[in-house]
Design a protein around this ligand. Sequence first.
Ligand SMILES: [Zn+2]
Length: 65
Amino acid sequence: MFYPTYQSKKDQTVHIVKDQNQCLCGLKHNSFYELNRQDLRNIVFKQLDEVTCETCLKKVEKMQE
Ligand SMILES: [Zn+2]
């Protein structure tokens, strides 16, 4: 299964995108989008084993229970 993910420019962590504003762990990705619309292209579909944010991974596990 593939998830929409966002890679943080700060530390290169890969997060799972929850909605237009934030990732599952609460990180806001939309602030980047507002600064530069091209950043929307940073949202790509990846498999879970490519996600490196521990908090996002834990939340996904909870959603699947
Ligand atoms: Zn995250």
